[in-house]
Ligand binder design. Structure first.
Ligand SMILES: *[C@@H]1O[C@H](CO)[C@@H](O)[C@H](O)[C@H]1NC(C)=O
Ligand SMILES: *[C@@H]1O[C@H](CO)[C@@H](O)[C@H](O)[C@H]1NC(C)=O
Ligand SMILES: *[C@@H]1O[C@H](CO)[C@@H](O)[C@H](O)[C@H]1NC(C)=O
Length: 296
């Protein structure tokens, strides 16, 4: 058994023996920080001058060359006599795999490429608040007017490299809710105030985002359309109505035009009678419109 392990270990060491080595930060880096990745040959028999960097968006199924002269993207590649160095600013989109590859013809596997190395960037962005029953596409306004007795459910979420911890608090009170979702049941005037949600990255203390919303509770006799939800309904129905009117007037206009064209064309063009009329062709359009919109 012991011998087997020793043999397995020896095989492993043999296979991992790559002379082209890539090195980078051993811990994950925080978005915005500068990162240095370097390649070197552990064996002086090989020359670094024909080595370049490559990166992959996934686990290394497709590799792309890192162009040394791309000043775009805040990226610098330089060489010393023994090293090839890549310096870049860490961003969330730069989370990817890197490796070094030799272009020299007389260098073969495994010396022509390093092991892949993964850049892990910790980041947090785009904290958004959403309200149950309110469209996700608009984002909720900074001031929410609600009717007394309504339930208010607000959820906050951030884009982050690790699932953040969330908490809600209310300005001027020591109320604190350790959750992404805040639920106010049957709101009354006492619930009015400025509420904030904070998202905290679990590994990096400096990565945190905060967003707040003011909740205003309307009077008992306030009409429904004064609430934020009511205003949204009103706005949506107004746009739908405007769209319908537009569609209707366009249909009427097109029908009239088509009918006029037919009455002019009719007596002159004798062949029109012999032509088959397809259901979807423009010539079948006037008759179908005529039924619905008499033009007298
Ligand atoms: C590597 O090769 C280049 C030419 O391809 C040469 O100028 C340079 O001196 C070589 N470096 C070493 C360390 O051998
Ligand atoms: C590869 O060829 C270059 C000359 O083109 C030579 O300087 C270098 O020593 C060779 N490397 C190996 C590993 O044979
Ligand atoms: C390394 O060399 C081998 C042949 O020895 C080749 O098949 C392989 O594609 C090369 N790797 C890279 C990354 O160019």
């Amino acid at each position: 058994m012991k011998i087997l392990i020793v043999i397995a270990l020896a095989v492993l060491i043999q296979e991992n023996h790559a002379t082209l080595v890539i090195k980078g930060p051993t811990k994950s880096v925080v978005a915005g920080e500068s990162v240095e990745i370097e390649c070197l040959y552990t064996d002086s028999e090989f020359n670094i001058s024909q080595v370049r960097f490559e990166f992959s968006y996934d686990e290394g199924s497709i590799w792309f060359e890192v162009y040394e002269r791309s000043t775009f993207c805040a990226l610098v590649v330089y060489r010393t006599s023994e090293r090839l160095v890549l310096r870049l600013r860490a961003y969330s989109y730069r989370m990817s795999m890197y490796r070094c590859v030799s272009e020299a013809e007389n260098v073969t596997a495994p010396n022509n490429a390093s092991e892949p190395w993964a850049l892990k960037v910790e980041f947090m962005s785009d904290l958004t608040l959403s309200k149950e029953g309110y469209t996700k596409y608009l984002g909720i306004p900074k001031e929410l007017s609600v009717r007394p007795g309504d339930d208010v459910v607000l959820t906050c979420s951030a884009r982050s490299s690790e699932e953040p911890s969330y908490f809600w608090n209310k300005e001027g009170s020591d109320w604190n809710l350790p959750s992404a979702t805040m639920m106010l049941r049957k709101v009354s005037k006492a619930d009015e105030g400025q509420y904030s949600c904070t998202a905290q990255h679990p590994l990096v203390e400096s990565l945190s985002k905060k967003s707040s919303v003011k909740i205003i509770v309307l009077e008992e006799d306030a009409p429904w359309y004064q609430s934020t939800d009511g205003r949204l309904i009103l706005m949506t129905s107004a746009s739908v109505a405007a769209l319908l009117v537009l569609l209707l007037s366009m249909t009427v206009f097109l029908c009239r035009r088509a009918k006029r064209a037919r009455t002019i064309k009719g007596p002159i063009d004798d062949h029109s009678q012999k032509k088959p009329i397809y259901k979807s062709s423009s010539e079948s359009l006037p008759s179908s419109c005529e039924d619905k919109h008499p033009l007298v």
